[in-house]
Design a protein around this ligand. Structure first.
Ligand SMILES: *Cc1c(COP(=O)(O)O)cnc(C)c1O
Length: 370
């Protein structure tokens, strides 16, 4: 059994993707080009934003947004310690300081009630709190209704890390569209993935979109060789755009199929482990289906039972960011974020992809229920 099956999906769209790739090869137009423009307009329509810029990865999508907003040394950017390292890494890359906020024990997303204290803590360290990066962890949008009002009260702008969330929604608003700017990833294992690295940035702000277009390609000005600010090489190539255009044609259907898998798991596993909660008004892109054991010993035992049946399972995330070696300089200690630390000691993720068969779901559940 595959943890994430990319082969079945590839077989579905192979012919159409290969036709697009051949056309790109024949035109030898590899960078940017027609496919990229077409993809950007389709993605903007999907997310419901005025602008979409494709780019080289989810990490670069986050970085471009921070650079365009002039985030740098002396600035504090608030985020969750329970995420993939890239969320905080981009803050450090700009020279700013990540300030962590503990998570909600049910959604695993940043707790809006922790933000006021983190702002005070940042100010006490002599930092200027500037921005907030909520993460749509495992595909579930963060609590943007509350986050937007808390952020406004503290003068913070929001960068949505939708690298796992694209395809999810909250009260009819799509992931990627929350906050001032949203970033997503098209890494192959994400809900919408390409055949390599890729990402996208979303915003309704015309001026910020222009700045991000400049940062994406070496801080370019009016013509190609005028450089008016420091930027990066953050382009998406035409071949990845072609793959994504074909994947978008089946994305809505795949989201429904992911929901089917999640519902089937939840129906059988409720009571055995703590199943993920999708609150009223939310829909998840189900980047992961993650459950909680009662403690780390039981997690070990459940993961071993799965492994015995040849079923892969993975821990996202075993070491929270505030306890990672790379962030030792920030001076955090074990115990600083008790909810994050508790969840990371008990959580594990089950196989999740649109093409998981009923018999496979059954196998996973019976291994856990045995
Ligand atoms: C995958 C991921 C990223 C980074 O995306 P890449 O395309 O791999 O650079 C950032 N944040 C989160 C939460 C992610 O899951």
């Amino acid at each position: 059994m595959q943890f994430i099956d990319l082969i079945t999906q590839k077989d579905r769209i192979r012919g159409a993707v290969m036709a697009r790739l051949e056309s790109i090869v024949d035109r030898a137009q590899f960078i940017m080009g027609a496919e990229v423009a077409e993809l950007e307009s389709q993605l903007a329509a999907f997310a419901g934003t005025r602008h979409c810029l494709s780019c080289s990865s989810g990490t670069d999508a986050l970085l471009i947004a921070l650079m365009a907003k002039g985030i740098g040394p002396g600035d504090a950017v608030l985020t969750t310690p329970f995420t993939f390292v890239a969320t905080a890494e981009v803050v450090s890359l700009t020279g700013a300081t990540p300030v962590f906020v503990d998570i909600d024990p049910v959604s695993f997303n940043i707790d809006p009630d922790g933000i006021a204290d983190a702002v005070k803590e940042a100010e006490a360290k002599g930092l200027r709190p500037k921005a907030l990066i909520p993460v749509d962890l495992f595909g579930l949008p963060a609590d943007y209704d509350r986050l937007e009002s808390v952020a406004r009260n503290h003068g913070l702008w929001i960068l949505e890390d939708a690298c796992q969330g694209f395809g999810g929604a909250l009260n009819g608003r799509k992931a990627g569209s929350f906050g001032l700017v949203g970033a997503t990833s098209f890494f192959p294992a994400k809900p919408l993935g390409c055949w390599g690295d890729g990402g996208a940035i979303f915003t309704d702000d015309d001026e910020l979109a222009e700045l991000m277009i400049s940062v994406r390609v070496h801080g370019g000005g009016a013509d190609k060789y005028s450089n008016v600010r420091i930027g990066i090489n953050g382009r998406l190539d035409a071949m990845q755009a072609a793959v994504l255009l074909e994947k978008l044609t089946i994305f809505d259907e795949e989201l429904l199929l992911r929901d089917r898998v999640a519902n089937a798991y939840s129906k059988r596993l409720a009571g055995r482990v703590q199943i993920p909660v999708v609150p009223e008004g939310y829909s998840s892109a189900w980047a992961q289906y993650s459950v909680l054991a009662s403690d780390s010993a039981e997690r070990e035992q459940l993961m071993a039972a799965l492994q015995k049946e040849g079923i892969p399972s993975v821990i996202y995330y075993k070491i929270p960011l505030h306890l990672q070696g790379a962030y030792a300089d920030l001076g955090y200690r074990a115990g600083d974020f008790p909810i994050t630390e508790d969840i990371s000691s008990r959580i594990f993720s089950l196989p999740m992809h649109p093409y998981l068969k009923e018999s496979e779901i059954e196998l996973v559940c019976s291994a856990l229920l045995a």
